[in-house]
Design a protein around this ligand. Structure first.
Ligand code: UDP
Ligand code: MG
Length: 313
């Protein structure tokens, strides 16, 4: 007899168009898992990340009629990763296994069935991996691919085409929430905790309704955060680049001096101007990258709470 309590964690930010359908879909999945005896208890935890479109009222109404539905209302919008974190902390305390999924039904909920099978075979972390991304735009597909390549190049261990659709066992959940960092990049942390893991492939479809809450600038910020939270390689690259610049500078000095003594030095302001701008640019960028890390340290040392719970149902 299986007694495991499964919580499906759904971060929701202005998702009034989709949340009802998502809750119904996930409830059907829980029905099926319960009837097959693969879990002992099921919950859908909707984490309302400070929505302003009445998502919370819908969650309240849903929970009144559907015993699976539970809700956490955060005091303000803290972002997808922090909202998910609130759900993970709740699950680490109250459940035996959790699956995190977006509210928009882009990630096929049927994959949860396979995830639970793998969990029941002893896997502690199961990654949902998008096998085809044909529903994404050409732009999103390619920027995403570039992002994964860049991350890997920077020495960050992440699973290709895996976002935040994943199963975590109780042990994995407890390991997860023991991470003290404030700059959250959950998909990078997931590969860090170790334990036995597996992958489940699914087709990513279009958003069921509503609009993406990740416009390009937010995506870019997320990618930068991912790299600077997990890798100090950019700093190392600056050191290398600096070394190369010094080598070039030595060559230029030798060339300039010989030209001067041979009397063929011409007053070339072009080269001066170009090098001035180029070096100025490199220094600015280097300072920027260092600043990026200092900013991260600043945020970490403040140890600010990640979120506050306003209401719970
Ligand atoms: N989300 C959130 N807080 C935010 C932004 C997004 O909780 O500040 C949630 C959102 O409701 C959704 C998930 O994070 O469940 C992923 O967002 P979205 O589907 O808009 O991103 P995309 O799939 O376009 O990358
Ligand atoms: Mg989405």
């Amino acid at each position: 007899m299986n007694t495991n309590h499964l919580a499906i964690i759904v971060p929701c930010y202005n998702e009034k168009e989709v949340i009802t359908e998502t809750a119904a879909f996930l409830s059907r999945i829980l029905d099926q898992l319960l009837s097959e005896g693969k879990i002992g208890k099921g919950s859908v935890l909707c984490v309302d990340d400070g929505s302003k479109d009445g998502t919370w009222q819908i969650i309240e109404n849903l929970s009144a009629n559907n015993p699976y539905i539970k809700g956490l209302k955060l005091s303000r919008n803290v972002g997808h990763q922090n909202a998910l974190w609130a759900g993970l902390e709740w699950a680490a305390e109250n459940c035996d296994v959790a699956v995190s999924i977006d509210a928009d039904l882009q990630d096929d909920p049927y994959a949860i069935l396979q995830m639970i099978d793998l969990f029941n075979q002893g896997k502690e972390v199961v990654y949902g991996v998008r096998s085809v991304r044909k529903s994404d735009t050409f732009f999103k597909r390619n920027t995403a691919l570039f992002f994964y390549k860049l991350m890997t190049g920077m020495g960050v261990d992440i699973v290709y085409n895996h976002a935040d659709y994943r199963l975590l066992s109780k042990r994995a959940l407890e390991a997860f929430v023991s991470y003290p960092e404030r700059n959250l990049f959950l998909r990078g942390m997931a590969t860090q905790i170790g334990f036995q893991s597996a992958e489940v492939f699914y087709e990513r479809s279009e958003r069921f309704a509503g609009e993406s809450k990740y416009p390009f600038v937010k995506m870019l910020n997320f990618a930068l955060d991912g790299i600077t939270s997990f890798s100090i390689r950019p700093l190392r690259l600056i050191v290398f680049a600096g070394g190369i610049f010094i080598l070039i500078a030595i060559a230029v000095v030798i060339y300039g001096l010989t030209a001067y003594y041979e009397g063929r030095a011409i007053p070339g302001w072009t080269s001066l101007l170009v090098s001035l701008w180029f070096i100025g640019g490199s220094i600015l960028m280097a300072i920027g990258i260092i600043g990026e890390y200092i900013g991260k340290i600043y945020k970490e040392v403040k140890r600010r709470p990640r979120y506050f719970i306003d209401k719970e149902i």
